[in-house]
Design a protein around this ligand. Structure first.
Ligand code: GLV
Length: 330
């Protein structure tokens, strides 16, 4: 029997390709070319599986054009790049990579919070530019993190990992979520207290966004929300571009309506709004919150395990749409 055919859309650890090749006829892309939707559709003809990254968009139209597809395995926890409903209607299993990146992403959220509140990158750029001539009492005065109120919007597994880290900083944690989490989880998350979004924005010294992107969460933070925040507050987004209205944020940062922002994700990334580059009070990183060596490996291996299971008739460990599974034959 011939092996199922799969496409790996982007460059990935070479050993992942080697292991996938034991199960599948693999078309890889170790040159890391960026495929247009038409190129993706053409490469997917005759393929049963796809191993992809959050950069590739799997739309309903693309799904319609790839009738043989049975499994879409994302190397990411977020899956807003995939039309899961269309996949389910077409009987295609969709998987993601939850949990393996929680702690690494929470570490990075803290890196951005600290860098933003204490102006780490701004002062480093100044030093590198040869501007450091003398010590001054008011050089790069920032905001304290310890003892402050941390407001987390999106209290899933990553949000809770962020909150747990705040105990060493003697912080108060408030959060907003679709619904409150269980009391024992709140207790573990530094006794986090559920509040409505408006109270969170008005009260927090540091606002952290850790919620999934969807039509409902589009522009969760826009001009109106930024106007509610404290003038000295910082905003950190490690979730997804589109959760923040970038134009509104640029205006708020330019006018000093909030103190600073730390951003790992952007609308239309990697083509982010150039308005950010003109601002000193923003820390910008290229969507790397999960990018530690062990975690990116764990994510790749998780996507690999999902693809192998899905195309050998076993329930994939991280299936997002069980409704696609009944009656399935490979
Ligand atoms: C990365 O952005 C992820 O969703 O895993």
């Amino acid at each position: 029997m011939s092996k199922p055919r799969v496409l790996v859309t982007r460059a990935v650890f070479p050993d992942v390709i080697e292991r996938l090749s034991q199960h599948f006829a693999v078309e890889s892309n170790q040159e890391d070319l960026i495929f247009t939707p038409d190129e993706l559709a053409s490469r997917l003809q005759g393929k049963q599986g796809i191993f992809l990254t959050p950069s590739e968009r799997i739309s309903a139209d693309l799904i319609d054009r790839c009738p043989g597809l049975k499994a879409i395995c994302n190397m990411a926890v977020g899956y807003n790049n995939i039309d899961v409903d269309a996949a389910t209607r077409a009987g295609i299993v969709v998987t993601n990579t939850p949990d393996v990146l929680n702690e690494t992403t929470a570490d990075f959220a803290w890196a951005l919070l600290m860098a933003t509140a204490r102006r780490v990158t701004e002062s480093e750029h100044w030093l590198r530019a040869g501007e450091w001539k003398k010590w001054r009492y008011d050089s790069f005065l920032g905001a304290d993190v310890h003892g402050a109120t941390l407001g987390i919007i999106g209290m899933g597994r990553i949000g809770q990992a962020v909150a747990r880290r705040s105990t060493g900083f003697d912080m108060q944690v408030i959060y907003h979520n679709r619904r409150p989490i269980a009391p024992e989880l709140e207790a573990r998350a530094n006794n986090a207290r559920y509040v409505d979004k408006e109270e969170l924005l008005r009260t927090a010294d540091h606002v952290m966004l850790v919620l999934p992107y969807s039509a409902e969460t589009h522009h969760t933070v826009g001009a109106a929300e930024l106007a509610l925040m404290k003038p000295g507050a910082t905003l950190v987004n490690v979730a997804r571009g589109g959760i923040v209205d970038d134009k509104a944020l640029i205006a708020a940062l330019r006018e000093g309506r909030i103190a600073a922002a730390g951003l790992d994700v952007f609308e239309n990334e990697p083509a982010f709004d150039p308005g950010f580059l003109a601002l000193k009070n923003v820390v910008l990183t290229p969507h790397i919150a999960s990018a530690s060596e062990p975690t990116r490996r764990a994510m790749a291996e998780c996507a690999e395990a999902n693809l192998v299971a899905a195309l050998s008739g076993k329930t994939p460990p991280n299936m997002l749409n069980p409704a696609a599974w009944p009656g399935r034959s490979n």
